[in-house]
Design a protein around this ligand. Structure first.
Ligand code: THU
Length: 132
């Protein structure tokens, strides 16, 4: 997809980022996950006092979507307020792969799109249900 076609998904992630609960790191992240039917489900990171129970924006978006019955996805946009783009962490790559497959991953900040990747390139040789 040309960069301009990601604009509304990226804007959704930018809006979701404003809800981030990031009082410990101050690092706010937003994600916007698109279903194969074109619906957009958003998420933000949610931190808490144990630190370790923090959940990233990407997993919030995916778990929200699954809990609402969605099972097929095409793209996810991830936004942070950084010059270097923020790629999904290892835990998020695993969850996105298991439930979203080879998603298109759009990385952006508050003003620009920074790159588009395929999840299979970010998570080579994945472990998943096919191996159980
Ligand atoms: N975080 C995300 O939400 N997504 C990412 O892709 C990277 C990290 C969050 C987790 C934590 O709340 C904060 O960013 C700093 O790691």
């Amino acid at each position: 997809m040309p960069a301009s076609d990601h604009r509304s998904l990226v804007d959704g992630a930018r809006r979701a980022r404003e809800h981030a609960v990031a009082r410990f790191s101050g690092f706010k992240v937003g994600a916007a996950l698109e279903t194969s039917g074109g619906l957009v489900i958003t998420g933000c990171n949610v931190e808490n006092a144990t630190y370790g129970l923090t959940i990233c924006a990407e997993r919030v978006a995916m778990f929200k979507a699954l809990s609402e019955g969605h099972r097929a996805f095409s793209r996810i946009a991830i936004v942070a307020d950084t010059d270097e783009p923020t790629p999904p962490c290892g835990a998020c790559r695993q969850i996105l792969w298991e439930f979203g497959g080879d998603l298109e991953i759009v990385l952006a900040n508050l003003t620009d799109e920074k790159g588009v990747y395929r999840l299979k390139d970010l998570l080579p040789l994945p472990f998943d249900a096919r191996l159980l």
